[in-house]
Design a protein around this ligand. Structure first.
Ligand code: UDP
Length: 313
């Protein structure tokens, strides 16, 4: 049985990865310090013989007994309000945490896949974003703690690959959504769903003309699984190229939830909020034969079922 360590296992994407690797017959070791993760996301796995969990902060030395074939590093605060609240932890998990996992991968002769992000492109001056684009990041702005940690993470991962010959994979994840997103993580989809369900104002920042492209989590997990097993070590964008404005997104959620009390209100645009974002997924199509399958109408329907259960009125 292949053994895989998943950091950030109790988080949104990490928990879906745990499910996928369990389904594929792997022995899964989940790790999380639970500062933004939630054990409820993986509680259904605790009874399984091929799952174990370590409550640990990967920014500190990481010890895992036994062999490891793969490591997936998905631990990090991941929403703008989380990294505003936890700037130092965000910097540490992307830098020190990644260094610890590179060391672990080297000693176990394991392959390491790191979760990078479309944030490495910052507020992009190229559209859509290809992997060759170097980005437009403000290092000292409020998002700098996340963006620069992830850029450092890519740099140190490539250094271990080039200098030590370590097997590494880098996925640049664009906006992703689905069940198990935290209701209060401040990101646009949990905010809009909870506001619509409660019959409150949907807080559109700025004039809502900024764009994003939203990928359903099952599609993302499929792409990550393929990338891990591929022989490609350069960064690969994964995301859904279907791009919309935040205003359109608010209207889609209003129409789906159909609560007559819900409406749109405006709040100031946060500092350094990227004006547009859409992945160029040519590389993923060619190398992984991957593209998203779940369109937004279907993905939002499935996600709404989840939020109906978890949003308290
Ligand atoms: N946004 C919004 N209202 C909210 C939360 C976010 O209008 O209540 C906007 C935000 O300004 C950004 C977009 O939605 O332009 C996506 O924000 P999110 O925090 O989900 O992630 P980002 O893609 O900015 O990292």
């Amino acid at each position: 049985m292949k053994r895989v360590l998943i950091t950030g296992a109790a988080g949104f994407i990490g928990s879906h990865l745990c499910d996928r690797f369990i389904k594929e017959g792997y022995y899964v070791i989940g790790m999380d310090n639970l500062i933004t993760g939630n054990l409820q996301n993986i509680e259904h796995l605790f009874a399984l013989e091929n799952f174990e969990f370590y409550h640990h902060d990967v920014s500190k030395f990481v010890h895992v007994p036994g062999e490891l074939d793969y490591i997936l590093h998905f631990a990090s605060p991941a929403s703008p309000i989380d990294y505003l609240k936890m700037p130092i932890q965000t910097l540490k998990v992307g830098s020190l945490g990644t260094h610890n996992l590179l060391g672990l991968a080297k000693s176990k002769k394991a392959r390491l896949l790191i979760a990078s992000t479309s944030e490495v492109y910052g507020d992009p001056l190229e559209h859509p974003q290809r992997e060759e684009y170097w980005g437009n990041v403000n290092p000292i702005g409020p998002r700098g703690v996340y963006d620069e940690a992830k850029r450092f993470q890519e740099a140190i991962t490539m250094a271990y690959h080039n200098y030590h010959g370590l097997e590494t994979r880098i996925v640049r994840i664009f906006n992703t959504y689905g069940p198990r997103m935290r209701v209060n993580d401040g990101r646009v989809l949990p905010a809009f769903f909870s506001q619509a369900i409660r019959g409150e104002g949907l807080t559109v920042f700025g004039e809502g003309q900024q764009t994003r492209s939203f990928c359903y989590v099952d599609d993302l997990v499929e792409g990550i699984f393929r990338l891990l097993l591929s022989d490609y070590h350069l960064p690969v964008n994964l995301g859904n190229p279907s791009e919309i404005t935040i205003m359109q997104f608010a209207q889609e959620i209003l129409a789906l939830v159909n609560n007559p009390k819900a409406h749109i209100i405006y709040e100031p645009l946060p500092i350094d909020d990227p004006k547009q974002r859409r992945p160029d997924i040519t590389r993923a199509k060619e190398i992984l034969q991957w593209e998203p399958r779940v369109d937004r109408a279907e993905g939002l329907k499935r996600t709404y079922e989840y939020f109906k259960q978890v949003v308290s009125l």
